[in-house]
Design a protein. Structure first.
Length: 779
């Protein structure tokens, strides 16, 4: 057989795959990509590896005794291989039983997660379509990425967070007009590798270089210097983590006191500034939020805060907000306050100024967007109205019937009997994994579609093995990217793996729902239909996409050149509103930027009131808990992978130290604890503990440690009973340490970046890492 070349796409880029005799013999970066990501090179390494789940499996005592809340066994038992036919039947019976006996709201199908790129084999869409046909499920709302932003931004700016994020001012405008870019949470180049749906050309580094060439000054406000690349020669200010709002208030006060704020802009475009000003000046609470006040909270000298305020005024100032600064306790406030600051500067709606949400945190933000709908797999309608804010999953499982507040309304947690998950990993993404492990024992059944034997698969009752992108045909598309990619199947499915579509078709067949689920179409026919709809949408919008066969034959299409003059570049966020706020008002009740929101004030939430404020985080370096746990933990995104995906691949493994995740410590903190470079250390607090390998650095402010997410959860069960005690992870998963608390009653977003820990040099009797060992499989 001759070598066969195909393209594939992923959330971290496109790649050219060469296959011979069903083996991947070449895996190259997509040639039009100026800055390809190494993350993809994890894939050829693991696609046929030992950790692939070879066939459907069932947890031993579930198979023997049937569904039940049977103590602590989930995650600790052997698995029994079964046939696909038996697996379809077990799953169909469970969905049917739970829906019949308890109602469909007893099925949790939120199934949060990034899964893989490709519009048809999108795991969540597939699962949601199936569950909708089966009568519905309890869903989740909003994301782990930006939940606080997703709720606060509509109140303040009157449109969805995604409109704000994805209709951002485009890079060309920033490069041409921005004088100073003030980046809260930095703009780490490791993060720009990734964009949901695909990113065939990584453009952030070159755009940042173009900004620099034209003279943009950069300010990195982050506990980590490395959150902005060195060659940009950024100023580095490192406030105590989670004190960004206090810093912004100090800046705002300086602007106001020195008359540097734009009163005319505020009068024309905003509402509620007077009420906010009374808070800023201390008129309402007796505390003046000036630079000296902010210095005390943030640790940044007052003169530095004042200097920064002056530098931001009277010129094109772009305030860039990472997503991390809202994944903290009271995360709503940093976004609200940044918008307030941009309004005070008179900058929202101007070419080089205003705010940006997630620039560089996702590689496609501020790229031109294609103004028509891409190919989508229809999910249908969910007849069940129950939902949770996504990060409240543990609370839901632990507290059925309890009530929770969310965005002005009160709801009740349903009593979940069946958890059905495809394409996400809560043992990666959820804060406080010891609490999750306890909660995870509560449902009667857990069904999971997974590719690899990670912690998610190990904590399931019924595991259905899924094929990777290389084993199926799909269409790669993202609205922030000009390439649409024919993701052709490169190799045969490994072991007995099937696509999520094939699995759910099989299950639906046992429930007489297969015709409704597939509409009589197979994979190839669905791709044609989805592409055809996309092509029609394009035609209506004046874009000529070639026919499906041409697209498939060519391997990709490039819709238009983003560089094309007069193309989609030249976009300025909120430009119409800026041009004429009467003609193009915002969608807020006032039609203006709501520095004060009557709606939010009317909710009467003590933790999110009518205008942006500084609230002390539940734990932080300035609080009492810092006496016991004096280090702030940054559990940020990993450089060499996407979340937990392919942690066992060679690129990810190369970063490990003694087989464990690397944790960065400031040199002084390490010295004070007798920790040397390369030592294995133990991180702990009153929620849990994990082991990791130490890296010492001066690029991290003292008092802060950094342990990226993504190490496959490797709990020490057995000798460390999980129930009612502190469990340990052997591999360096920071979520064993993080706190599971909502940002506030408003958004209930996750607060991963609000956690304190202590670190010590590990003792001699280190537990062996078992994250990449196979579970027990019996016959
Ligand atoms: N401490 C801390 N925790 C965090 C964060 C943080 O900053 N700090 N960040 C949070 C954020 S922003 C996010 S978005 C979440 C991410 O959390 P997740 O999106 O849940 O993490 P992933 O590891 O991407 O999980 C995807 C899973 O889907 C599987 N998969 C891949 N392709 C397919 C497929 O086609 N079908 C099926 N069935 N499965 C597939 C993969 O093997 C993997 O196990 O984590 C959150 N957690
Ligand atoms: N390589 C890679 N890229 C990714 C991902 C991945 O898994 N791998 N995940 C993607 C996803 S799903 C998302 S949502 C985005 C997330 O994008 P972000 O949320 O912006 O990313 P993080 O890496 O969590 O945080 C960025 C930086 O914020 C800083 N930081 C943390 N807390 C604070 C604080 O309180 N104040 C300030 N000023 N700074 C703080 C940390 O130093 C950290 O390095 O990244 C995306 N990009
Ligand atoms: Mo995310």
């Amino acid at each position: 057989m001759t070598d066969q070349k195909t393209l594939t796409s992923s959330h971290w880029g496109a790649y050219e795959v060469t296959v011979k005799d069903d083996e991947v013999i070449g895996f190259e970066d997509f040639s039009p990509d100026p800055t390809p990501s190494a993350i993809g090179h994890n894939l050829p390494d693991v696609v046929k590896g030992d950790l692939r789940i070879s066939q459907p499996m069932v947890r031993a005592s579930w198979l023997e005794n049937g569904p039940s809340q049977d103590g602590n066994k989930r995650g600790q038992e052997a698995f029994v291989p079964i046939s696909w036919d038996k697996a379809y039947e077990l799953v169909a019976n469970e969905v049917t039983r739970v829906a019949r006996d308890h109602g469909n709201q007893a099925i949790y199908g939120g199934s949060y997660g990034w899964a893989s790129a490709g519009r048809f084999h999108h795991a969540q869409s597939q699962l949601h379509r199936f569950l909708n046909l089966a009568g519905g499920y309890t869903r989740s709302v909003n994301t782990y990425s930006s939940a606080a932003g997703e709720v606060i931004v509509p109140h303040v700016l009157g449109h969805s967070f995604y409109q704000a994020e994805f209709q951002a001012t485009t890079w060309d405008m920033l490069a041409e007009h921005c004088d100073i870019m003030v980046m809260f949470g930095g703009m780490a180049s490791k993060n720009g590798q990734v964009h949901p749906g695909g990113i065939s050309r990584h453009m952030v580094p070159s755009w940042m270089a173009r900004c620099k060439d034209r003279g943009t000054e950069f300010v990195n406000i982050s506990p980590q210097k490395s959150d902005v690349d060195d060659h940009l020669q950024s100023q580095w200010l490192s406030p105590r983590p989670n004190t960004d709002v206090a810093l912004m208030l100090g800046i705002a006060h300086t602007l106001w006191r020195e008359g540097l704020h734009d009163a005319a802009y505020l009068a024309r475009y905003a509402t509620g500034f007077e009420t906010f000003l009374a808070y800023l000046t201390g008129e309402t609470d007796g505390s003046v939020k000036d630079a000296v006040w902010a210095a005390d909270i943030t640790g940044i000298p007052a003169t530095d805060i004042e200097t920064l305020a002056r530098r931001m005024a009277g010129r094109a100032c772009f305030i860039s907000l990472s997503l991390s600064v809202q994944r903290v306790d009271h995360g709503e406030q940093s976004y609200w306050m940044a918008i307030t600051l941009a309004a005070m500067l008179g900058q929202l709606g101007t070419a080089g100024g205003g705010v940006g949400f997630g620039n560089g945190a996702l590689g496609g933000v501020s790229n031109p967007r294609f103004p028509f709908k891409g190919p989508t797999f229809p999910q249908g309608k969910n007849p069940v109205s129950d939902f949770i804010p996504v990060a409240r999953v543990t609370d839901m499982l632990l507290n059925p019937g309890a009530s929770f507040d969310f965005n002005g309304t009160t709801h009740t947690y349903p009593d979940i009997r069946l958890v059905y998950w495809a394409g996400g990993n809560p043992f990666h993404h959820q804060m406080d994994l010891n609490k999750l492990v306890r909660a995870w024992q509560k449902p009667e059944t857990v069904i999971v579609h997974e590719i690899y034997w990670n912690a998610m698969a190990r904590h399931a009752d019924i595991i259905l093995p899924v094929s990777t992108v290389l084993e199926r045909n799909d269409i790669g598309y993202s609205a922030a990217d000009p390439y649409v990619i024919a993701m052709k199947q490169a190799i045969e499915p490994v072991g007995q793996a099937q696509s999520d579509f094939a699995i759910l078709t099989g299950v639906a067949g046992k429930m007489d729902l297969d015709q409704a689920f597939t509409e009589g179409l197979d994979e190839a026919e669905w791709l044609r239909r989805m592409y055809g709809e996309f092509q029609n949408n394009g035609t209506e919008a004046g874009f000529d996409a070639p026919d499906f066969d041409v697209f498939w034959q060519e391997g990709y299409i490039k819709l238009a050149s983003p560089e094309k003059p007069g193309g989609y570049h030249g976009k300025v966020y909120l430009k119409d509103f800026h041009t004429d706020p009467e003609l193009s008002p915002l969608g807020t009740p006032s039609g203006r930027i709501e520095i004060f929101s009557e709606t939010i004030e009317s909710f009467n939430y003590p933790d999110c009131q009518g205008h942006p404020r500084w609230y002390e985080p539940v734990e932080w370096l300035g609080g009492d808990q810092a006496k016991d746990f004096p280090l702030h933990l940054l559990s940020n995104q990993p450089k060499s992978k996407l979340h937990s995906q392919m942690d066992h691949g060679k690129i990810s493994r190369a970063d490990k130290i003694n087989g464990r995740a690397p944790v960065t410590l400031n040199r002084q903190d390490a010295a004070a604890r007798g920790i040397a470079d390369g030592d294995t250390v133990r991180l702990y607090n009153d929620r849990g503990a994990c082991y990791a390998g130490a890296i010492l650095s001066d690029d991290l402010m003292p008092g802060v440690v950094q342990l990226a997410t993504g190490a496959w959860f490797d709990p020490l069960y057995g000798n460390h009973p999980v129930r009612n005690s502190v469990g340990t992870d052997r591999h360096g998963n920071p979520n064993i340490l993080t706190r599971d608390k909502g940002t506030s009653r408003l958004a209930q977003g996750p607060t991963a970046h609000t956690s304190l820990v202590e670190v010590e040099k590990a003792q001699e009797d280190l537990p062996e890492v078992r994250a990449f060992a196979l579970p027990d499989i019996t016959s």
